[in-house]
Design a protein. Structure first.
Length: 756
């Protein structure tokens, strides 16, 4: 069969036509030239062009109406004979377009109603027998319903389902085709354009589950026969008499009865749900919604007799399964953020189900606000800080189930939208107030993640959305973490408030001086349980002995402060008493001069005075005092200030010395690590601070530290430097007054010099 191309174009010289057959595309190129171009070529070459048969497949573009259907467009029949190239004249379609070349084309796959070999008879709905020659098909004819070759269609000529009569102009056959392609997904009222590979795969898994669960559920309804004695032990007296003949009561107890066990159904559904949660969001949503449809049709057994085993009762088991399914669907609606049409159809499907009475509590459980909801977006944008609005004269609140709140928090965390997350947690309300409070405990951490440290520290003390101050529930580790973040204007990586080696700094302005020290001490005064932990005071001291800027690598570095003169220390110490008294009552205590001028030294002295005041007023002394001593790092003058402060209470000082010597015996590695890090100057000042103190009991700590250094001389190449410092500052200046102590120090100096 030969065909000539009929058409008109003003711009392209090569027109590409695409053959479409159920997703399969093939292309046929037809070259078109204008009459003037043909004439020029003819004059120059003196040749005509040959022609072969061609079938041009329509792409349904333009106003062409010569086709018989959607898949084939026949332009013109030109016969079967080959055309002799040198005798063929060009066919001029009009003054602008002519056909210069054509070739024989292959018959491409097509629907049966578009076949050029066998004519097709159309009818709106004929399913009984083939119409005329509709059952005949060429090798490339496809079934409109099955999307298979006609030779492979199982219902090509079947009675009551005659697929050979199907065509695309019939509403009935189009609905049948849509149903065949969508399968079980038709229950969601989805258009074929909405069904992608994920939804289709989810539909297949759902259909397999429906087939499996129907068999198991039928067995549950049929029940099983079992002996009554297996359910209720027989206590008849005839058993004690050991008679061979059973009494009437005993006979009844030993008869078989019909019982119903829902446990196999529960196990099957649970396994299916376990598989569903591992799939993609769309597949998982389809599978879970399909499981709901099956559950709501399950009815209780017709007999009250049931097994006393776990999950044997259908109602209790259905509630457990439904609760799990609903929580998963709520999370999916938040996490996946489905397109609006798909989201609405999922929700409408769930609401269309007739829930039995024991599942009424879940009727509106999928009314989850989309992320583009105006109410929700106003809260996230900070336009609505209260989470409530007035709609048609009625107050509405941002009220969401716990699973939805948790899903939103997780998604906002993953997106690092911490500012929006803080706004949401402040505004949202939840039936589970306790769990919501736990989520709100991280609000201060989220504030630090986006750099609002001043608001975060005040939120620790007073956050309106919490039933009580967050400071009252802080642990020593959390207290240490927040102090580090506030001090260095940084935060640890990740979404959990856990201290790490590498910190992320923020380029914003630092917190104003004086805010952190007042709030930190105020928290310890508020939380007496926190104050009883030595780790809390250790964190407080270490914070003011740490630089307020991170290293380029994102690590913390120690801060060394030169020792102020004694007059300055005495003046700030006297001021500290009034400041601490005010901090016991409120957060906003006044810090007089010289605090604004010398904030670092003044605040460290204030911290030391807070430790002294707590130690003197505490009933039980602090344990593990070695950590407290090492927290001062190289600021040994502040440690001496602490020792001088507790000296008036000899019992407290004796207890402090005893605990410190005990820690040196049990955990000397802490001391060795500090000595290796800070070197000879630190070791010299630390030992001298104890040896030169006026309270003789503290001398034992200095000698204990020297013994540890001597036992580990191989670690310290600077031991001769330490020996020279001790001789010049302690022995030569007659810092020791007891002869035995002087002789002991001389011997230790010799060993330090000789490194033996």
């Amino acid at each position: 069969m030969e065909s000539s191309v009929v058409g008109k174009t003003s711009c392209p010289r090569s027109v590409r036509r695409v053959a479409r057959k159920f997703g399969k595309e093939r292309e046929v190129d037809v070259t078109m030239k204008t009459v003037s171009e043909v004439a020029d070529e003819k004059n120059s070459a003196g040749e005509a062009y040959g022609e072969e048969s061609v079938i041009v497949i329509s792409d349904d573009e333009g106003d062409v109406t010569l086709g018989l259907g959607n898949s084939v467009l026949l332009i013109e029949d030109a016969g079967e004979e080959s055309f002799v190239r040198d005798k063929k004249t060009e066919e001029v379609l009009d003054e602008e377009l002519a056909i210069t070349f054509s070739k024989r084309g292959n018959v491409m796959p097509h629907a049966r109603y578009d076949c050029m070999t066998y004519p097709f008879s159309r009818a709106e709905q004929e399913t009984q027998v083939p119409l005329e020659d509709n059952e005949k098909a060429c090798a490339e004819c496809y079934c409109y319903l099955c999307d298979k070759l006609a030779s492979e269609c199982p219902n090509w000529t079947s009675l009551s389902s005659c697929h050979c009569n199907a065509h695309n102009k019939s509403k009935y056959w189009k609905e049948q085709r849509d149903s065949a392609l969508a399968g079980v997904l038709t229950i969601f009222n989805l258009d074929l354009t909405e069904i992608d590979s994920e939804l289709r795969e989810g539909g297949i898994l759902l259909q397999n589950f429906i087939n499996e669960i129907s068999i198991i559920y039928k067995k549950y309804l049929d029940g099983e026969m079992t002996n009554r004695e297996s359910l209720y032990s027989c206590s008849c007296t005839c058993h004690r008499r050991r008679t061979t003949q059973l009494c009437n009561k005993c006979t009844t107890n030993h008869t078989e009865i019909l019982v119903y066990n829902y446990a196999p159904v529960y196990v099957t559904v649970t396994e299916y749900l376990n598989k569903a949660v591992t799939q993609s969001p769309k597949m998982s949503a389809v599978m879970h919604l399909g499981a709901v449809k099956e559950l709501v049709t399950h009815k209780a057994a017709p007999s009250p007799v049931g097994l006393k085993v776990q999950h044997a009762c259908s109602k209790e088991s259905s509630v457990q399964l439904m609760d799990r399914i609903v929580r998963t669907l709520q999370r999916l609606l938040v996490d996946a953020d489905f397109p609006k049409d798909l989201h609405d159809k999922f929700v409408m499907f769930f609401q269309s189900l007739a829930l039995p009475p024991h599942l009424y509590a879940y009727v509106n459980s999928l009314n989850v606000l989309r992320w583009d909801n105006l109410f929700l977006t106003s809260v996230l944008a900070g336009q609505n800080t209260t989470g409530q609005r007035t709609n048609k004269g009625k107050k509405e609140f941002l009220w969401e189930p716990l699973s939805v709140v948790q899903a939103r928090v997780k998604k906002l965390e993953d997106d690092q939208s911490y500012r929006q997350l803080v706004r949401y947690l402040n505004a949202v309300r939840c039936p589970d107030a306790g769990s919501l409070t736990c989520l709100r405990q991280k609000i201060c951490f989220y504030m630090c993640k986006y750099g609002d440290f001043a608001s975060a520290i005040y939120a620790l003390i007073n956050l309106k959305c919490l039933p009580r101050s967050m400071a009252l529930s802080l642990t020593p580790a959390q207290f240490d973490l927040y102090l580090t973040m506030f001090r260095t204007s940084s935060s640890p990586p990740g979404n959990e408030p856990v201290a790490q080696e590498i910190w992320i700094p923020f380029a914003g302005p630092p917190m104003r001086k004086g805010i952190l020290v007042r709030c930190a001490i105020r928290i310890l005064f508020m939380n007496r349980g926190l104050a009883q932990q030595v780790k809390s005071w250790t964190a407080l001291i270490r914070t003011w002995c740490t630089r307020d800027m991170l290293t380029p690598e994102g690590k913390l570095s120690p801060l060394h402060l030169d020792e102020p003169d004694l007059q300055f220390q005495g003046m700030v110490t006297n001021m500290s008493c009034a400041i601490l008294d005010e901090l016991c009552r409120q957060t906003h205590a006044y810090l007089p001069a010289p605090f604004p001028e010398f904030p670092l030294s003044c605040e460290l002295i204030l911290v030391v005075q807070a430790v002294i005041q707590f130690m003197m007023n505490s009933v039980a002394p602090l344990q593990t005092t070695l950590q407290l001593v090492l927290a001062f790092r190289t600021n040994i003058w502040a440690l001496v200030l602490l020792l001088d402060g507790i000296s008036p209470m000899q019992s407290l000082l004796f207890s402090f010395v005893a605990n410190l010597n005990k820690d040196l015996c049990e955990d000397k590695q802490l001391l060795l690590a500090a000595l290796r890090r800070y070197g000879s100057t630190y070791a010299s000042h630390l030992v001298s601070a104890f040896l030169l103190h006026s309270f003789d009991a503290l001398h034992s700590v200095g000698f204990h530290i020297l013994d540890i250094i001597i036992l580990n001389l191989k670690m310290f190449t600077w031991s001769p430097t330490l020996a020279g410092y001790l001789k010049a500052r302690v022995l030569d200046l007659q810092g020791l007054h007891v002869l035995t102590e002087i002789q002991a120090l001389q011997n230790k100096i010799v060993r330090l010099r000789n490194r033996c």
